[in-house]
Design a protein around this ligand. Structure first.
Ligand SMILES: Cc1cc2nc3c(=O)[nH]c(=O)nc-3n(C[C@H](O)[C@H](O)[C@H](O)COP(=O)(O)O)c2cc1C
Length: 233
């Protein structure tokens, strides 16, 4: 326990911490006939690809970590971070255990929201819409593409269940690793791939001390057509 004379309250600790600091990229979504830059594509995916590429080039840490919100059977929201496995015009795909809380929540209510926060660039991307689970063959291919440790971790299962005996975890992991090593064709049938299919996608660019720039794409049904609209910050 620290005995230093640090801040006494969380409020004091937070006071003065920088946010949206440093040099941030610009974002000018309004078509400007006099400028070479400024126009945005008519659909959100190419802009997501541009921003993801810029995040990777800028050295943003873990740009593929995305927050995923689902709702449980009581309508209560739940939220966690997952890894983006792929993205196409059809949506953002992640992998998880079908029997996990998020897997069960998505089975009961197949809709979700995701958010990326790329703090080094002051950027946020949000999307929401219905969620589609991939067929078993596609999930199996994704599973077999993984390193043995990742396949073993999935086989261990029990995600988010109470771990009464922590020593049971390395035992279960070692047994699962032995299984994937001895039988490399083993597939975890509960390994699931889900795609969040967008009906709305928002690109948010922080502007220190000024109005943040927000652009939302919205569609009435999957696949567009897309309406683009600027939002008040
Ligand atoms: C950076 C990061 C990446 C993660 N990636 C995944 C993932 O791809 N799939 C997954 O099931 N959990 C992933 N997790 C763990 C989840 O956040 C969560 O703890 C776990 O999936 C249980 O969630 P649930 O109880 O809501 O089902 C990741 C966590 C972090 C911090």
């Amino acid at each position: 326990m620290s005995t230093g004379a640090g801040p006494r309250t969380v409020r004091e600790l937070l006071f003065g911490l920088p946010m949206l600091s440093g040099e941030l990229p610009g974002f000018e979504p309004d078509p400007d006939p006099d400028a070479a830059t400024g126009a945005v594509p008519p659909t959100p995916f190419p802009l997501f690809l541009d921003w993801l590429g810029e995040a990777v080039a800028a050295g943003v840490r873990e740009p593929h970590a995305m927050s995923l919100a689902t709702v449980d059977a009581d309508g209560c929201p739940d939220l966690r971070v997952v890894a983006l496995r792929d993205a196409t015009e059809a949506g953002w795909t992640f992998a998880t255990h079908a029997a996990s809380p998020k897997g069960r929540q998505l089975a009961g209510q197949p809709q979700a929201a995701i958010a990326f926060h790329w703090r080094e660039q002051g950027r946020q991307i949000r999307a929401r819409g219905p969620v589609l689970r991939a067929d078993a063959a596609t999930a199996a291919r994704d599973y077999l593409d993984r390193l043995p440790g990742s396949r073993a971790a999935s086989l261990v299962g029990h995600q988010s269940e109470v771990l009464d005996d922590p020593a049971a975890l390395p035992r279960a992991f070692d047994a699962a690793l032995a299984r994937v090593t001895e039988q490399p064709e083993t597939v975890d049938p509960l390994h699931a791939l889900f795609t969040v299919q967008p009906l709305s996608v928002e690109f948010w660019q922080g502007v220190p001390g000024r109005g943040h720039v927000r652009l939302r794409y919205r569609a009435e049904h999957l696949g567009g057509p897309w309406t683009r609209e600027r939002l008040w910050p």
